[in-house]
Design a protein. Structure first.
Length: 282
């Protein structure tokens, strides 16, 4: 999860928190015809994506490898369980979740993917996707053909470094909530993370419209939905935030950070490091 304390609290009185409902998700294939050629050189997300640090000529070659970016409506699948792995995907706008359904029919939310993050890294080794990637809101992704990019990385050390960093961030994010943390600590860390990702995308770190339902948040944090709603209400009563369904305002981000501090992996290692770029979610 990202760790950043460089966010200013928002003012205002707290409104009553209200739980939201899980929207119906219908799986519709991506409409490939709606794709448009992206331009990495002018993309504001370039510093946080694979072509970060590339010189003009390697950047031009990389740009030519990015075949398209596709737009997904809420509920549309980017890929499904069992699909063969061919590409990584960089989130340009919106938010997606990766999830899997067990043999008993229970859905497990594995991760949320925000603007600037790479999706599909876990499929490199098996060469097959073992999760569904579903858009939570209208989203767009860049299509990064893995074979071409990995071969090009052998010629361009800077790109190879970015690929390794992306792999490391993926491992980091998948282990960030591992441990015997309390429900309060998990939810506080999640809100701090979403705020940091919003700021990374050019938005506010304290005013956020959550793309995911409370049911999905609870699933990801391994909590009950009622527990998430109860903690949000308690955080609101304590003046830490204001919640109105999916609209969350962090009134005291330092207070939330203090609650989540034990989940900061840098603190666990005795390192005083708070990273606004997410420290691991990419």
């Amino acid at each position: 999860m990202p760790w950043s304390k460089n966010i200013k609290p928002a003012g205002g009185d707290a409104d009553p928190a209200a739980a939201d409902s899980q929207p119906s998700v219908t799986a519709t294939p991506i409409k490939k015809g709606s794709s448009t050629k992206p331009r990495c050189g002018t993309c504001i997300l370039r510093p946080h994506c694979l072509p970060a640090g590339l010189a003009p000529e390697p950047l031009r070659k990389f740009e030519n490898m990015v075949q398209q970016f596709a737009t997904l409506k809420p509920g549309e699948h980017l890929f499904r369980v069992g699909d063969n792995f061919h590409s990584l995907y960089a989130v340009r706008t919106g938010c997606l979740k990766t999830c899997a359904v067990d043999p008993n029919g229970r859905e497990h939310v594995l991760n949320f993917h925000f603007v600037g993050e790479i999706i599909g890294i876990d499929a490199i080794f098996p060469e097959q996707h073992f999760a569904d990637a579903i858009a939570l809101v209208e989203s767009s992704v860049c299509h990064l053909p893995y074979r071409a990019i990995s071969q090009f990385a052998r010629e361009v050390p800077e790109l190879q470094v970015q690929l390794v960093r992306a792999l490391s961030r993926h491992v980091f994010s998948m282990t960030s909530i591992s441990g015997d943390f309390s429900a309060d600590e998990r939810l506080a860390a999640f809100l701090v993370m979403v705020g940091a990702r919003n700021r990374l995308a050019g938005g506010s770190a304290t005013e956020m419209q959550l793309a995911m339902s409370r049911q999905d948040i609870a699933n990801y944090l391994r909590l009950a939905t009622e527990t998430v709603s109860r903690i949000l209400a308690r955080f609101q009563k304590s003046g830490l935030l204001r919640a109105n369904r999916r609209q969350i305002t962090l009134l005291n981000p330092d207070g939330l950070y203090a609650i989540a501090e034990c989940m900061n992996p840098y603190s666990r290692c005795g390192i005083n490091r708070r990273r606004a770029d997410g420290g691991g979610r990419n």
